[in-house]
Design a protein around this ligand. Structure first.
Ligand code: PXL
Length: 276
C-alpha cells in the first residue's frame, strides 16, 4: 500500500483529552491512518476526576489480534501509550511479533508517571513490566520521571545534561534503540526535548509554561509518531511535536476553567502546516 497505517494501543478515556481521543485526531491530521486497540474504557482519565468507571478490555486483546492475523492485516508502526497491566504488555509484545510490516518501528511512550510520582493505580511491579516493553522499543519517549523509574535512578527535580546522558545510556543499555526524552530543561523558564540516537544527544529548548497540563505527553507522542510516519527524521519529528505541544498549552491557558486536558484542536492547522 502507498498509504501508511499505524496501530496505537492505549485506553479510551471518554472525557479528558488523553490517550486514544487525542491520538486518533492528531495522527489523522498528520495524514496517517490510525487503527486502535483500546486496552480499557474509562469514563474519564484518572488524573483529577473522582469516581471514574473502568472497564478492562485485556481479554479482548488476543481475540482482536487473532482476527487481524486471519485477515492478513499489518501495520507500519506500533505506538503504545497508557497501558494498565503486565498482561496487557505481554499482548503488546505479541502484537509486535506478529502484525508489524518489515521495518515498522515500535514507539513506546511509557505513560505511567510525572513530576516524580507514578500515576494513580501503578506500582513498582508495573514499572518492571513497562521496562520490558521499553527494552524492545525502537524509540521510547519517557519524561524524566519515567526515565528515572525505568532505570532505577533517583528522581531529580533539577539535573545536568550529564545526568540526562546517563539516563539515555541506561535506557539504551536496557535495549531501547533511541530515546526522545520530554520535558527536559536546564534553565528556569525553559523546557525542551532531548533526542538520543546513535550515541549522540541533541537538545531542543523552548519556553516553559509554568502551569502543567494533563495529557500533554499523549499529545507529544501522537504528533511525534505522526510526523515520523510522514517521513520526518527523529529530530525534526521531535521538534515539530514540541512546537505543537507548546502551542496546545498556550491555547489551554486562554481558558482558565479548562483544567483536565490540553486544548489541542485549534493548533491542528499549525501541525499540518509544519508537515507540508
Ligand atoms: O495521559 C495519560 C493517561 C492516559 N489514560 C489514563 C490516565 C492517564 C494519566 O493519568 O489516567 C486513563
Amino acid at each position: 500500500m502507498l498509504t501508511k497505517r499505524i496501530l496505537t494501543v492505549q485506553d479510551i478515556s471518554c472525557v479528558g483529552q488523553c490517550s486514544i481521543t487525542v491520538a486518533l485526531p492528531i495522527i489523522s491530521a498528520c495524514g496517517i491512518e490510525a487503527a486502535i486497540l483500546p486496552s480499557a474504557v474509562l469514563s474519564t482519565h484518572t488524573g483529577g476526576f473522582k469516581g471514574f468507571t473502568f472497564c478492562d478490555l485485556t481479554d479482548e486483546m488476543p481475540k482482536i489480534l487473532k482476527h487481524w492475523q486471519s485477515e492478513g492485516l499489518t501495520f507500519d508502526a506500533l505506538y503504545t501509550g497508557y497501558l494498565g497491566s503486565a498482561r496487557q504488555i505481554e499482548y503488546v509484545l505479541d502484537i509486535a511479533d506478529t502484525v508489524l510490516s518489515e521495518g515498522a518501528p515500535l514507539i513506546v511512550d511509557p505513560a505511567m508517571a510525572d513530576n516524580g510520582k507514578l500515576y494513580y493505580g501503578f506500582d513498582g511491579a508495573f514499572v518492571k513490566s513497562m521496562a520490558k516493553l521499553v527494552a524492545r522499543a525502537d524509540i521510547t519517549l519517557p519524561n524524566i520521571t519515567e526515565a528515572s523509574l525505568l532505570t532505577d535512578t533517583e528522581y531529580q527535580e533539577t539535573y545536568t545534561p550529564e545526568h540526562v546522558e546517563m539516563l539515555n545510556r541506561k535506557l539504551t543499555e536496557m535495549g531501547a534503540k533511541k530515546v526522545v526524552m520530554t520535558g527536559i530543561g536546564y534553565r528556569p523558564g525553559e523546557t525542551g526535548v532531548n533526542v538520543y540516537a546513535d550515541g549522540v544527544s541533541r537538545h531542543y529548548a523552548h519556553r516553559k509554561i509554568a502551569k502543567g497540563t494533563h495529557g500533554t505527553g499523549d499529545i507529544y507522542a501522537s504528533s511525534f509518531t505522526g510526523s515520523l510516519m510522514r517521513g520526518k527524521d527523529i529530530y525534526d519529528a521531535a521538534v515539530i511535536a514540541a512546537d505543537f505541544t507548546l502551542s496546545c498549552i498556550e491555547e489551554t491557558q486562554k481558558d482558565p476553567e479548562h483544567w483536565y486536558g490540553a486544548v489541542f484542536e485549534t493548533s491542528l492547522p499549525k501541525l499540518i502546516a509544519a508537515l507540508n
